[in-house]
Design a protein around this ligand. Structure first.
Ligand code: AMP
Ligand code: GLY
Length: 423
């Protein structure tokens, strides 16, 4: 099989790593890929949003299946674009991708299907006054979300009512452009979060992937600015059998049934951002793709060949193909550029990757420059290790990080600490 994977981050590195291990793969292309994905296939310069160019590449290279890594092409309708054309696509149609593309649509979907989530209301510039009044009925902190895609920056959590009102006015006034023309205001939920991933074929069949937890804040002890993710662990100790049974019955099944009922054709990954509120799972958000950096911890924990699963998903019949979980634990720590998530420099030479022998290094923001690999993004490398316990996996990742360096390299030293000390 000839596969084209779209994207360029750590998530796509981990997907490429896993896909490339399949005996079913004749050739893997990654578009555009990064400084590390060339180890798993061939990088091609192509924008994941340029559908006509992708179509031409599919024809020229004889691609059998497209795997979409990030949300933008899905929300823009890549799956619909290739409908009826001679190539399989792993990823929901535009109607399915609305679960991530519009928080208002996602919340209304959850309400219709009685899926547990925070109480909410949506407002536009025309209903600003009502929005202000709604804020007054809530308790601090106040959660305000831009309806549309905002590159992970569209959620504001604010302690004071006055500041929340100001923020609502600013958001509706165009703070995130068209993405915040509608704002969802919701009740604040208190608990510990985890990420549950499901692969579904649009016909009611699904497989649950290993559960992960990511670390979004830049600073240790979950402090400082939000980032794309500073690390991830899998499994998540609190996501035990009892919790997962609730997740399956109250969230996964109604989500999959709801998608079918509403004719939102969905053949791909569903990412459930969950929060554990006193043992009860609630949905914080849906994403329509795998998580980053969760994928870097999840892929190494899948023992089954992923390619038949992806192919069956895209064809709409997962049948009884197994998706087996490895009993090992995985820990991913992200090495970032100094300054990230604010301004940072690029082009720093990375050394020591070859000296790492007990972890897998997934490249994220890197590119090749002659014979060297240099930084080209905020999140630079994802260092993943597997071991019998999370504690050991974390130790391996930190040892590996001590061998790697680039000017300004930073990382959190407390990844996984909250869940490992729980036991
Ligand atoms: P999102 O982009 O929807 O994932 O939101 C970003 C982060 O904001 C989430 O990972 C949560 O940590 C936090 N968050 C979002 N909604 C809520 C909520 N209703 N209550 C508490 N925290 C929230
Ligand atoms: N790690 C969270 C995300 O991928 O959205």
């Amino acid at each position: 099989m000839r596969i084209l994977l779209l994207g360029s981050g750590g998530r796509e590195s981990a997907l490429a790593w896993k896909i490339s291990q399949s005996p079913k793969v004749e050739k893997l292309y990654i578009a555009p890929g990064n400084g590390g994905t060339g180890a798993y296939g061939e990088n091609i310069a192509l924008s994941p949003l340029d559908f006509p160019a992708i179509e031409k590449t599919v024809a020229d290279l004889g691609i059998d299946m497209i795997v979409v890594g990030n949300e933008d092409p899905l929300v823009a309708g890549i799956t619909d674009y290739f409908e009826g054309k001679d190539v399989l696509v792993v990823g929901p149609t535009k109607a399915g991708a609305e679960l991530e593309g519009s928080k208002d649509v996602a919340k209304a979907f959850m309400t219709r299907h009685e899926i547990p989530t925070a109480r909410y209301r949506s407002f536009t510039a025309d209903t600003l006054d009502e929005g202000m009044k709604f804020l007054e009925t809530l308790k601090a902190p106040y959660v305000l979300k831009a309806d549309g895609l905002a590159a992970g920056k569209g959620v504001l959590i604010i302690d004071s009512l006055d500041k929340a009102k100001e923020a609502l006015a600013e958001m509706l006034g165009g703070m995130f452009g068209a993405s915040s023309a509608t704002v969802v205001i919701e009740e604040f939920l208190s608990g510990i979060e985890c990420s549950v991933f499901v692969l579904t074929d649009g016909n009611g069949n699904y497989r649950i992937l290993p559960v992960a937890k990511d670390y979004k804040r830049v600073g240790e002890g979950d402090t400082g600015l939000n980032t794309g993710g500073m690390g991830a662990v899998s499994p998540v100790p609190f996501a035990d059998e009892t919790f997962m049974k609730k997740v399956e019955e109250r969230i996964i099944l109604p989500t999959i049934r709801g998608l079918i009922e509403e004719k939102r054709i969905y053949r791909g990954f569903i990412f459930l951002g969950l929060i554990n509120v006193d043992g009860e799972p609630m949905v914080i958000e849906y994403n329509v793709r795998m998580g980053d950096p969760e994928t870097e911890a999840v892929m190494p924990r899948i023992s089954s060949d992923i390619v038949p699963l992806l192919e069956a998903t895209a064809k709409g019949d997962l049948g009884n193909l197994p998706l087996e979980h490895s009993p090992l634990a995985a820990a991913t720590v992200i090495a970032v550029s100094a300054g990230y998530p604010e301004a940072y420099e690029k082009g720093k030479t990375i050394t020591g990757i070859d000296a790492v022998d007990e972890s897998v290094i997934f490249h994220a923001g890197t590119k090749t420059d002659g014979n060297s690999v240099v930084t080209s993004g905020g999140r630079v490398l994802a260092v993943t290790s597997l071991a019998a316990t999370l504690t050991e996996a974390l130790e391996k990742s930190y040892r590996s990080l001590s061998r790697i360096s680039f000017d300004g390299m930073a990382f959190r030293r407390d990844i996984g600490r909250d869940v490992t000390s729980e036991k």
